[in-house]
Write a protein that binds this ligand. Sequence first.
Ligand SMILES: CC(C)(COP(=O)(O)OP(=O)(O)OC[C@H]1O[C@@H](n2cnc3c(N)ncnc32)[C@H](O)[C@@H]1OP(=O)(O)O)[C@@H](O)C(=O)NCCC(=O)NCCS
Length: 146
Amino acid sequence: MSLRGFRPTDVPFVSALVADALREHYDPSLYQSLSTEWPSGFLVAADTTDVPVGFLLGVSQVDGEARILMFAVDRHHRTLGVGALMMTAFLDRCRARGFRRVTLEVRVSNATAIRFYTRFQFSVIDLLRAYYSDGENGYQMARDLR
Ligand SMILES: CC(C)(COP(=O)(O)OP(=O)(O)OC[C@H]1O[C@@H](n2cnc3c(N)ncnc32)[C@H](O)[C@@H]1OP(=O)(O)O)[C@@H](O)C(=O)NCCC(=O)NCCS
């Protein structure tokens, strides 16, 4: 498994993973436009043949803070440490950029992801009512960086 930056040719994979794992649908042009401001905040995990198996898309919309907008690993490649690899690299990049805090949103029903984030020292800081397009509530989670 290797980590690399996002490429335009990754869009079909990323779109399919977002539909399957996150149950959301976005215009394909969104990924490229979100990656332009902070390209190294968009990590892709690829297998030995360079086929993507997961991605983490982080942006910085608030001064001194990063926000994880999307994070998913292909269902056939989960629980192998791919998510931890991406999260560890992402937090390192946030520190290198001098960010003091990282935030994210997660579905209240997504116990697997909430456990994962908790292991990475994120805590729930807010309840976001009807945050998702299907009406589900979300939690906002955050962690400080030092
Ligand atoms: C959340 C998500 C990205 C985690 O990715 P992942 O690659 O499965 O993550 P990891 O393999 O690093 O860790 C997952 C679990 O497997 C365990 N694990 C990691 N490597 C392992 C190994 N070699 N053997 C056994 N278990 C292992 C970890 O301990 C972890 O368990 P925990 O979270 O209960 O502590 C993935 O579950 C996913 O894509 N979910 C669907 C999309 C989603 O919910 N995204 C987040 C939306 S906010």
